[in-house]
Design a protein around this ligand. Structure first.
Ligand code: GLY
Length: 361
């Protein structure tokens, strides 16, 4: 596949998303971002042994003044403010200054924490996203949302801090476990469902290629998702309104994910959350039953779950821990028709009734 570039248009903070295979070895792309600069590579204990050597070599070949690394234990449990302090201390020990660069090599947790560290270290330095999971490639590495969790809820502390570049090497997916791959597919279905009916139909027509993680179709999906997300972020960087549609499936999804004690993966929870949001939309007369069934059919056809065992009261309580509902008002994203999205306030009794229909009290 020939490398392709999608640009996130944010005037003087615009940046390229470079998509291809084997591209970290391309010093021309990295060069303007790292040449003569001190770099800190942030990664987790799963990714470090797989790809840190390859990226370190590529960064040095591109002319960096030096590169140190910080590795944290893989998993959402590491996503707290203590890890940010450790990353910033490592940056200080490695002599990073205001012109230095942090590189985020990994999935969403790594990108969110490396990005937040870059946002606060010396009041803000540059960072580059190098996502290694499909989910991070199609969603979390693009758009500049960074942060960590609190015991009170997910992503409650953070900053908007756009990367200088996003480097997507689809070769990284060769070692990605199938369950993790499907988590990215959940975000891809989400993006198609809210923004692009033709893309949604293309996913429906290619479920076999998705199930087999076929690289050519994967690259096509990554590119289309990056284009769609880049366009939303360019219109509403700080989630004043439009950007919130990217949270489709996340209202129930986050609550189910946290009620599961994070044994369920984020993308699995989003898939279930989309199916339940569609049920709620049908219940409220916002969506046709046949459109909701179409979404559920696609979710199942690619091998994602669309149901979970949960206790409705526990998930209902978790709905109000989400930062979007801390004022006590529940807001849901609905897809009144495929490829279109809207945001609505919902009465808690309606949200609860869908939970009760699906749960196992
Ligand atoms: N993942 C949702 C967003 O970036 O806005």
């Amino acid at each position: 596949m020939k490398p392709e570039t999608v640009t996130v248009e944010l005037s003087d903070r615009s940046y390229p998303i470079r998509i291809g295979c084997g591209i970290p070895g391309d010093p021309l792309f990295l060069c303007p971002h790292v040449k003569n600069k001190r770099c800190l590579l942030v990664t987790d204990s799963n990714v470090f042994p797989l790809f840190a050597g390859k990226i370190t070599e590529a960064v040095l070949n591109a002319g960096a003044a030096g590169i140190a690394s910080y590795t944290f234990p893989a998993g959402e449990e590491s996503k707290h403010i203590g890890t940010i302090l450790e990353i910033c201390r490592e940056a200080a020990r490695a002599g990073l200054d205001r012109k230095s660069v942090i590189l985020a090599l990994g999935g969403g947790v790594t990108g969110d924490m490396a990005g937040f560290s870059a946002a606060v270290y010396m009041r803000g330095i540059d960072f580059i996203q190098i996502p290694t999971t499909l989910l991070a490639m199609v969603d979390s590495s693009v758009g500049g949302k960074t942060g960590v969790d609190l015991p009170e809820g997910k992503n409650l502390v953070g900053a908007f801090h756009q990367p200088k570049a996003v480097l997507i090497d689809t070769d990284f997916l060769k070692t990605l476990p199938h369950r993790q791959y499907l988590c990215g597919i959940a975000e891809i279905i989400k993006t198609a469902a809210i923004l692009d009916a033709d893309f949604f139909a293309r996913l429906e027509a290619n479920t076999e290629r998705i199930r087999s993680m076929e690289p050519v179709f994967t690259a096509e999906m990554v590119k289309r998702c990056c284009e769609l997300k880049a366009s939303v972020v360019a219109q509403d960087e700080r989630e004043g309104s439009l950007r919130a549609i990217l949270n489709y499936g996340h209202t129930y999804g986050h609550a189910i994910e946290s009620a599961s004690g994070f044994t369920m993966l984020h993308g699995e929870a989003v898939a279930i959350g989309m199916r339940m949001a569609a049920d709620l939309a049908v219940h409220l007369g916002v969506m046709q039953r046949e459109d909701a069934d179409r979404q559920a059919a696609l979710i199942r056809a690619v091998g994602l779950p669309d149901r979970a065992d949960y206790h409705p009261e526990t998930v209902f309580a978790a709905l109000f821990k989400d930062k979007k509902a801390l004022d006590g008002t529940l807001r849901f994203i609905f897809t009144p028709e495929t490829g279109k999205a809207e945001i609505r306030k919902v009465e808690s009794a309606d949200a609860k009734s869908v939970l009760e229909q699906n749960g196992n009290a």
